[in-house]
Design a binder for this molecule. Structure first.
Ligand code: GLN
Length: 474
């Protein structure tokens, strides 16, 4: 059975008129997973459980009691807790850890009868932009298996790209939903910080972490957001903003003002075909009557350093809990308390995670706190204010999602800073806590997907989603 649905509404009508069943859908996706195991997308497939869940959903559909996501087969990133299932964050330190509770989002998805087919490979503790930092190995891009999937939600992106599920859930701290979405030709939405509960999501950098979606359509991103968003007493950072109906109406939008980064077109670091994709989008938008203007952003050079200082500082604190005592990996070579800490962490964490813990600890240390951490907090405030000011004048900011399309696996940069700079376009929304979406805009001459990003005001997902839907059809 080939599974080619571009949106859940097609699946829903197929289920309702009896053309398909949830069970056959699950079988189709499982088949696709088996055929493409070498892509290394899943850390675990819940085959029997998903099949049983599908049977139960089919019964509910017959009885007329099925939820909003009945028969939507989804995959979750392996940093999202699901009761009685393993959750590893693709790290050796949690390799055998089983979650004793479910995240709020998993509960909400299941309550609407979504079927969870498995947990996806990702960068270790969501640190990375290529999925090459996973303890379980890199995820391969379905468009070209010699290329990376992007990261850190690489498995989630390829699962959707290769039709191993209908949609996937990822997390985005500095671009981890949007960038793999761009590399894999799917839609990647990071909502406003505080829109979706983080309860039960393994923390990386708590003031940035946000759950996001990887889908074939904007409509599905809206539907999943609707189900997951909103108040949750277990996450005190969650916003009390009311959750509107995120329906995508498909109407022609009013004339918009859109800014694009001049530097994205002039910088030698941006790939030529990425630039021409941006130019083409600008021309189409102008031709349809929108005002599209180049801008320069004064703090452009500070985006990546500010993000990394703060993300690493928060990570060093969040990851202190993996101590070889409470849970997770404990070194068999430990002889006393101190060696338990030292060896469990040294053996359990990968290279990049250790690098970040050390740098994060450094920027928080008494002697350097003011020079790095406190300074970066101030710069974050400036970036946020300046971005919000721009969004007073403009409805959206348009950028490439990433400076390049998916690069070759194993082309690891000797200098990690070069890798960090690939996040230049995605971290602005993360630093400012704003919603942003990566939209697939076709392939380059080598057949590799390209993505463009739209960023908008806090809590303006309805406008962002509606404009995205229109933009994709332009
Ligand atoms: N590439 C960025 C980082 O490594 C973003 C990762 C993410 O959003 N989880 O921190």
């Amino acid at each position: 059975m080939s599974i080619h649905y571009s949106s859940y509404s097609e699946i829903k009508s197929g289920l309702q008129n009896g053309e398909i069943t949830a069970e056959t859908l699950v079988q189709g996706y499982l088949q696709q997973i088996t055929t493409h195991t070498r892509l290394n997308v899943f850390n675990e497939v819940f085959d029997q459980e998903a099949t049983a869940a599908a049977k139960a959903v089919d019964a509910k559909i017959k009885a007329g009691t099925a939820g909003k996501l009945a028969g939507m087969v989804i995959a979750i990133k392996d940093n999202i807790c699901y009761k009685d299932h393993k959750v590893t964050a693709s790290s050796k330190i949690l390799e055998n850890f089983t979650s004793i509770y479910s995240s709020t989002i998993v509960e909400r998805l299941l309550a609407e009868d979504a079927i969870i087919i498995g947990r996806c490979n990702c960068d270790e503790f969501a640190m990375g932009a290529a999925n090459e930092n996973s303890y379980f190995g890199a995820v391969k891009n379905f468009a070209d298996e010699t290329r990376v999937s992007g990261g850190s939600s690489g498995g989630s992106a390829v699962a959707v790209q290769a039709r191993m599920c209908h949609a996937a859930i990822g997390t985005d701290t500095g671009g981890s939903v949007r960038q793999p979405a761009a590399f894999c030709g799917v839609v990647g939405l990071k909502p406003t910080y505080g829109r979706i509960s983080r309860y039960g999501i393994i923390s990386y950098a708590s003031s940035f972490d946000q759950v996001g979606t990887l889908t074939h359509s904007v409509e599905d991103a809206a539907l999943l957001l609707q189900v997951m968003a909103g108040a949750d007493e277990f996450d005190s950072t969650l916003s009390h903003q009311p959750v509107p109906e995120f329906t995508v109406d498909g109407k022609q939008p009013s004339k918009k003002k859109i800014a694009y980064l001049q530097k994205a077109l002039s910088s030698p670091g941006v790939d030529a075909e990425v630039k021409s994709g941006l130019v083409e989008a600008i021309e189409k938008l102008r031709a349809d009557g929108h005002e599209v203007k180049p801008i320069s952003f004064d703090y452009l050079d500070y985006l990546v350093p500010t993000y990394y200082i703060l993300a690493m500082a928060e990570a060093s604190s969040n990851l202190a809990r993996y101590d070889g005592v409470h849970y997770g990996y404990r070194s068999p070579n430990a002889t006393d308390l101190e060696s338990t800490y030292k060896l469990s962490r040294s053996e359990g964490f990968g290279k990049e995670v250790k690098r970040r813990i050390m740098l994060g600890t450094f920027v928080l240390s008494a002697g350097y706190y003011d020079a790095y951490y406190a300074k970066a907090q101030k710069v974050r405030r400036l970036i946020r204010n300046k971005t919000n000011e721009l969004l007073e004048e403009f409805d959206f900011i348009l950028t490439p999602t990433a400076p390049e399309p998916a690069f070759s696996i194993g082309k690891e940069e000797k200098d990690p800073v070069v890798t960090y700079l690939y996040d230049i376009f995605t971290v602005q929304a993360s630093l400012a806590g704003l919603p942003a979406i990566s939209l697939p805009v076709g392939n380059n001459s080598k057949g590799l997907p390209l993505g463009l990003q739209l960023l908008s005001k806090a809590f303006s997902e309805t406008e962002l989603l509606n404009f995205s839907e229109y933009f994709l059809k332009l």
